[in-house]
Ligand binder design. Structure first.
Ligand SMILES: CC(C)(COP(=O)(O)OP(=O)(O)OC[C@H]1O[C@@H](n2cnc3c(N)ncnc32)[C@H](O)[C@@H]1OP(=O)(O)O)[C@@H](O)C(=O)NCCC(=O)NCCS
Length: 275
């Protein structure tokens, strides 16, 4: 993707030119720094996950950048100042065949863990015993070690009346990681450098990403999970719809599903057309 100057001047009077480009492995240090500044440890994607995603589907990871400026006192015309790119915001994504984000879609495929520098650790699962009245189809709750490149899978075997702690080898029947023919883009993270927040940059990057994904014609929707209290970030775009609680337990917290179906008209437009 070509870099694209947006000459966008958001809410503040601090006018600054920004542009969007796809992220590459050369950006890895900036990406890790931004992820660390934006998410608590338990919720962060690991460096291995970024390396994996940039390698297998780098076209789905986008960064919003600006260029550093010379010091205001620098005499004009005589400076050999070289502007540096500053990563203001980023989106990291993969694709899946599921209509919403799943635990498996967030992982690195098991056989590629070592290649991308993730530890092949044993994962401890807390497997909840279904109540007698519950349907046999009710999935057990699981928890994974936060922050790790966990490859945990759920198990349906209820072995004791109490919550059973099991140590299992990493394995899962679900397809893990990026699926090239998947029709759902999984937006795994959207974040903005704390220095640049409240200027509308999340919306600039999100809307640009949604438009590019839709225009590419290679997927049908964009799905993400977020905390209930941050759904406003996505509904503000007028593209994403709330789809209820997510089954994902990443970081040991509750998440909700948000989905942008390309065929659904943006909120407001349909209403106006019907009026
Ligand atoms: C959430 C985040 C991406 C917002 O970035 P931003 O550039 O400051 O947001 P914007 O200035 O574009 O705000 C757009 C809208 O999002 C909403 N919003 C912004 N930050 C929010 C937050 N922390 N919680 C809830 N809603 C928020 C507001 O409704 C705002 O609309 P308004 O201008 O009418 O008030 C940024 O604070 C961040 O990176 N946080 C840490 C990571 C994170 O939580 N990511 C998203 C959830 S997975």
């Amino acid at each position: 993707m070509q870099s694209m100057a947006l000459t966008f001047h958001p809410k503040s009077l601090n006018k600054m030119s920004v542009y969007v480009r796809t992220l590459t492995i050369n950006d890895i240090d900036k990406i890790i720094e931004l992820e660390n500044a934006c998410f608590p440890e338990a919720e962060r994607a690991t460096p291995a996950k970024f390396r994996y995603r940039l390698h297998v589907c780098g076209e789905l990871s986008h960064g919003l950048f600006t260029l550093s400026k010379p010091h205001p006192d620098t005499p004009k015309g005589v400076s050999d100042f070289q502007p540096k790119e500053i990563l203001i915001a980023m989106i990291s994504a993969t694709k899946t065949t599921s209509p919403v984000i799943t635990e498996a879609s967030m992982r690195i495929p098991h056989d590629l863990l070592e290649k991308y520098g993730a530890e092949k650790s044993t994962v401890t699962l807390a497997v909840a015993q279904p109540q007698a009245s519950e349907s046999q189809n009710t999935p057990p709750t699981t928890s994974t070690q936060p922050g790790a490149d966990s490859q945990a899978s759920t198990t349906t075997t209820a072995e004791s009346s109490e919550t059973a702690k099991k140590t299992v080898q990493e394995s899962t029947p679900a397809v893990e990681g990026h699926v090239e023919h998947g029709e759902t883009v999984c937006l795994h993270s959207l974040c903005v450098d704390p220095t640049y927040r409240n200027n509308g940059y999340s919306q600039v990057l999100l809307k640009d990403f949604c438009q590019r994904m839709k225009d590419a014609g290679l997927s049908k929707r964009i799905a993400l999970i977020c905390r209930k209290e941050t759904t406003g970030v996505y509904t503000k775009s007028q593209l994403f719809r709330y789809k209820g609680n997510s089954s994902v337990t990443h970081g040991g917290v509750s998440w909700v599903d948000m989905v942008y179906e390309y065929t659904t008209p943006p909120k407001g437009r349909g209403a106006a057309a019907r009026a």
